[in-house]
Design a protein around this ligand. Structure first.
Ligand SMILES: NC(=O)c1ccc[n+]([C@@H]2O[C@H](COP(=O)([O-])OP(=O)(O)OC[C@H]3O[C@@H](n4cnc5c(N)ncnc54)[C@H](O)[C@@H]3O)[C@@H](O)[C@H]2O)c1
Ligand SMILES: O=C(O)[C@H](O)COP(=O)(O)O
Length: 350
């Protein structure tokens, strides 16, 4: 079974429960990149020129030319936290407005960031330099509250911030306080800790521009994600490839013609192990040893295959390559892996 997310974030899918039930969880990480990047750029422009506020004012019958004095983007510094797919597209677009782009990412190296015009630096270096800050990371423990009271205090007074990634990366309480004090000069928010937000203090703030999670809401992005997911599912059904799976590393290898026989062998060895050792219990030790360069990376799938064989029939659950490692762990099995280059005493062991 496959559970597909037509987008990047799988936070609306219970990945652990899917893994337990042997269900593949897939996403389509590329389809909505441009749409999310364009919305971010639109937010930056709205913050600079207060376009939504101007519209609301005119709808209220006013002609207030003095109230909405803006700033140019030319020559301003944009800090980009998270230099993946969307962060990169935002950078190149905003450079065309004459913005200087600086950024940080724990995975993307400085040399790579430089290829798309981003001056890489640490977060403590980045905060005080930015006129605008936009976040493009996943929401994980390391990014929750990345912009908080402490980091706002390190920023230029009046810094404008954008979150078109995930609610919670900018701490909402700290943001409200920073908006109230003027430390933050405006915020563009497409995402919220709770969606829709019950606490409307932020969306009602005069310096906040907001959208109801519209980053991927374009005809083009929806079509692309739909096509991607359809192709991914057809490929799985045909046993051709497993693209975009977020919880099935072993299964990715199972699609490869060269590794298929090894997976069958691993499973058969597991069945034999069960026949010899009896029902799996927490006293059992399993050691999967592979030999020779061609099996250097085999532990990625072979151990799972052995576990399938060991647990099949012995478990009340449906066991497959996706959930076997989890069930093995829960049964208390002690599993280790050994790779040997050569079968001699001088073998290099990893
Ligand atoms: N608003 C929307 O509708 C919408 C649409 C698409 C994507 N998104 C969200 O946008 C975000 C980015 O998506 P993407 O496709 O660019 O993802 P991506 O995986 O291509 O890029 C994310 C980057 O964040 C970096 N990162 C991880 N931890 C970090 C940290 N502690 N500090 C700085 N950087 C860190 C990663 O190394 C990676 O390069 C995700 O949260 C995604 O769910 C939102
Ligand atoms: O993570 C994503 O791709 C975006 O947040 C879009 O998600 P959605 O398709 O649920 O709007």
């Amino acid at each position: 079974m496959v559970c597909s997310e037509a987008g990047v974030g799988v936070d609306n899918v219970d990945v652990n429960a899917s893994t337990r039930n042997g269900i593949i969880v897939m996403n389509t990480p590329n389809g909505n990149t441009l749409s999310a990047a364009e919305l971010t750029c639109a937010m930056i422009l709205c913050l600079a020129r207060q376009i939504p506020q101007g519209t609301a004012s005119m709808r209220a019958g006013k002609w207030d030319r003095k109230k909405f004095m803006g700033v140019e983007l030319f020559g301003k510094t944009l800090g980009i936290v998270g230099l993946g797919r969307i962060g990169k597209e935002v950078a190149t677009r905003m450079q065309s407005f004459g913005m200087k782009t600086i950024g940080y990412d724990p995975i993307v190296p400085a040399e790579v960031a430089a290829t798309f015009g981003v001056d890489f630096m640490s977060l403590p270096q980045l905060w005080p330099l930015c006129d605008f800050i936009t976040v493009h990371t996943p929401l994980v423990p390391a990014t929750k509250g990345l912009l908080n009271t402490e980091s706002f205090a390190k920023c230029k007074k009046g810094v404008k911030v954008i979150n078109c990634a995930r609610g919670g990366i900018i701490d909402e309480e700290a943001l409200l306080q920073a908006l109230e004090s003027g430390q933050c000069g405006g915020a563009g928010l497409d995402v919220f800790g709770e969606e829709p937000p019950k606490n409307t203090a932020l969306v009602n703030h005069p310096n906040v521009v907001s959208c109801p999670h519209l980053g991927a809401s374009t005809h083009e992005a929806q079509r692309r994600c739909g096509e991607d997911i359809a192709n991914q599912i057809v490929d799985v059904v045909k046993g051709k490839a497993l693209v975009g799976a977020v919880n099935a590393q072993a299964l990715t290898s199972a699609m490869d013609l060269e590794t298929k026989p090894w997976i069958q062998l691993g499973e058969a060895l597991g069945v034999m192990g069960q026949a010899l050792a009896g029902k799996v219990n927490d006293q059992m030790k399993v050691k999967v040893t592979t030999l020779g360069e061609s099996l250097r990376t085999a532990k990625n799938y072979l151990t799972s295959a052995v576990m399938v064989g060991l647990l099949k029939g012995a478990s009340e659950n449906y066991v497959n390559l996706i959930n076997a490692p989890l069930f093995g762990k829960e049964a208390g099995l002690s599993v280790s892996e050994l790779f040997l280059y050569f079968c001699v005493d001088l073998a290099f062991q990893f």
